[in-house]
Ligand binder design. Structure first.
Ligand code: FAD
Ligand code: MG
Length: 349
């Protein structure tokens, strides 16, 4: 089941108050982009807002062309098919370097070489959903090793039989690039929602922070059901969960975030993970990679990583299967619980 709907859009529009709170002298452009199998919404402000919004679309489409594993001509497909790629532009190389770092920092929970396993479950487009046999998973898991992805000189290479899937990092990387577009077009403020990846640039026209709802993972069909609302200024927030892309077989639900330790959809006691960080070089990709990895790692390991992190600082909102919302202390004054969901709220330090 895939919910490529307008729900996310509505959520953001309602909460950001786009339109309603505009100062009349500030030009604004909002465009919808369907790319990377995801519904995206880009809103830019300022004199050059239309050109800026369409430049964002061009950036996203250019990245999709390079990074899609379902487009046979993309750089990723060529690398997956041949095992090596002469890399002239270094964009893919930059993503692979970042992916390698997050693989290492998350103890292998984030691993782009999980691609063959993701494909076996049917989550990469193609042959349809199915539950692979344990024998098949065991064989495919032997191919999962993020450290076998190499860049030597101009050549990118994979280990024998490996393939990569950038679905858990490419939208975050794209969001990082949109910051550059906003700067180039002198956009004073803007909002980009690339599926579960949000870039809140500057503040709202009325000077208050952007307000971004965190979907209640227990009610994915209810666009007004939130675990809480985040207030963001110059920040990324990325949410991963198993409630939007999944299939059901014999009454059991199987989602798309695969634990490389088991080959099965992650089952860590979390129903969603939101990672937020201020805008800085690469922090969009970081939030994307970490939201996926921490969803796999579970509450205890996620908080442990947060406490001992030595990179760009980030904060978390974790929603647990047993009905709690855990917020790290750096976000506490920017998070408003939505009590109607019946969750118990905790702040941790
Ligand atoms: P995230 O949690 O950010 O990422 C989950 C995704 O990452 C999974 O769907 C899987 O692809 C991958 N993944 C799973 N487990 C791990 C792990 N342990 N470590 C690292 N990665 C993992 N989907 C289609 O069905 N058809 C398409 O044509 C298509 N084209 C795409 C083109 C591009 C350029 C990109 C980036 C994605 C495309 N997708 C496509 C994938 C779709 O966008 C993904 O389902 C989406 O990226 C999932 O993102 P998310 O933010 O929901 O979840
Ligand atoms: Mg991700």
């Amino acid at each position: 089941m895939k919910r490529l709907t307008a729900y996310g859009f509505l959520m953001l529009l309602l909460l950001s108050g786009c339109g309603a709170q505009l100062s009349p002298d500030e030009a604004q452009e909002s465009i919808q982009v369907i790319a990377m199998d995801t519904a995206m919404l880009i809103t830019t402000y300022g004199e050059r807002s239309p050109a800026a919004a369409y430049a964002c679309e061009d950036t996203i489409r250019d990245l999709e062309k390079k990074l899609s594993r379902t487009d046979p001509d993309s750089e990723v497909s060529r690398l997956n098919n041949a095992g090596t790629l002469e890399d002239s532009e270094s964009e893919l190389r930059s993503i692979l370097i970042q992916a390698g770092q997050y693989c290492q920092k998350t103890g292998g929970a984030f691993d782009i070489t999980v691609a063959p396993v993701v494909a076996a479950w049917g989550f990469a487009g193609g042959d349809g959903y199915r539950v692979p046999s344990q024998k098949e998973l065991d064989r495919l898991l032997e191919l999962v090793d993020g450290f076998a992805v190499k860049g030597n000189g101009q050549t990118l290479s994979l280990g024998p039989g490996q393939s990569i899937d950038l679905g858990a990092i490419a939208k975050g990387y794209a969001a990082d690039k949109l910051v550059g577009v906003f700067q180039e077009y002198e956009v004073p403020r803007g909002l980009a929602q690339l599926g579960g990846n949000v870039l809140a640039y500057g503040d709202r026209p009325d000077g208050t922070p952007w307000r971004v709802g965190i979907q209640d993972p227990a009610k994915p069909d209810d666009q007004n059901a939130f675990a809480g609302v985040l207030e963001l200024t110059d920040a990324f927030a990325v949410t991963s969960g198993g409630y939007q892309r999944y299939f059901e077989e014999n009454g059991k639900r199987y989602h798309h975030i695969i634990d490389p330790a088991t080959g099965y959809p992650a089952d860590s006691g979390l129903t969603s993970v939101t990672v937020a960080a201020g805008i800085s070089d690469g922090s969009g990709a970081m939030c994307d990679a970490l939201s996926t990895a921490l969803f796999i790692m579970g509450e205890e390991k996620a908080l442990d990583l947060w406490r001992h992190w030595d990179g760009t600082p980030f904060e978390l909102v974790l929603v647990t299967e047993d009905g709690r919302v855990v917020v790290t202390e750096g976000l506490a004054d920017r998070f408003t619980p939505d009590e109607s969901g019946g969750y118990a709220y905790e702040t941790v330090s």
